[in-house]
Ligand binder design. Sequence first.
Ligand SMILES: Cc1ncc(COP(=O)(O)O)c(C=O)c1O
Length: 405
Amino acid sequence: MSSPQSTIPVAKPVLGEEEAEAARRVILSGWVTQGPEVAAFEKEFAAFVGTVHACAVSNCTTALHLALMAVDVGSGDEVITVSHSFIATANAVRYCGAVPVFVDIEPDGYNIDPSLIEAAITPRTKAILCVHQLGMPCNLRSIVEIGKRHSLPVIEDAACASGSEILWEGCWEKIGKPHGDIACFSFHPRKVVTTGDGGMLTTANPEYDRKFRLWRQHGMSVTDAVRHGSKQVIFEDYDELGFNYRMTDLQAAVGRVQLRRLPELIAQRRRFASQYCERLSTIPGLSIPAEPRWARSNWQSFCVRLSDEIDQRAVMQALLDQGISTRRGVMNIHLEGAYVDKGSHRVATSLTRSVSAQQQTVILPLYAQMTELDIIRVCEALRPTLADASIGRVIRHPEKDVVPA
Ligand SMILES: Cc1ncc(COP(=O)(O)O)c(C=O)c1O
């Protein structure tokens, strides 16, 4: 339980003795990079999401890069995605020499609006890269249908969505089965489960999986593990350009423990999310997130929306002054310096919903070790903060020193 003075962070990984013991076991085994623990983590992750192939890599950005390469995205191609995402989503497209094409998000959420995708397709379109933003499944059913109609592969940026679920043909299924062609996960510490850094690709396509395994380890034809275990001398070849995108066995051993914790972590997050919803629903000027009928979020982030006249930065500062850490909602990639160059991307629709979401959203603290009292403290701090109408008027244009009349 936290005292009134203690700081409530926005997120906190759950790492304990079991993870420490797993790392210790690997260190003492003498095999510390991509080896038996990675293989076991892949098997267990595949079983968890309900698929055949899972390939571990160094992070989700490298997973996205390999996924795009596997579906043959290359120089001059276009990939339809959102600007309203972490910058890695679009960066991975650019690593392939291709152009991210941005469409807007839905009016009532933070995921791609499927109704805008078809108009953005051109003869250069090579793939659709959708994001399950903040752990909330996007409208995959519609996106997969569009992909099929236009023979375009669908890649899911599931960085935040380990353990999130979607209603698919009447059954709840884990994100990553995958419902598109390939799904990419992150195990960064801001995610629900972590390996420090780390990523995973899942697919039902054995040829994609073969390519991931080749490319993640320098394009090496025979892995270290196979050569090590062989009674015969083996010389490996390097016929294709590969990368060092390996996950270490240290990370994988931690990941295996985290994966066992995942169902309980999600259950806890879902309990906190519903407590937030209950307590925040009556606060004027605030909208709470909602799950579509066909989605179950892992609540990787709990993102609230402020009404237009309320100043986001001022609210965040007021909460920080009371020891409550928050984050601005999701960024807009096209507004960043790395995307100033016109050739770096194409904007296919108005992005006003994406931009206003960035300006009006705040991510509240949510992590498994929170207590109900922490939730109450956040909600009670928010109510008077939002009620203070002067917040919006005084700080909306701080650079101009605007003071209410
Ligand atoms: C939507 C999204 N895509 C990709 C990434 C990149 O993940 P990683 O840090 O594992 O490379 C993130 C990380 O926050 C993300 O939120």
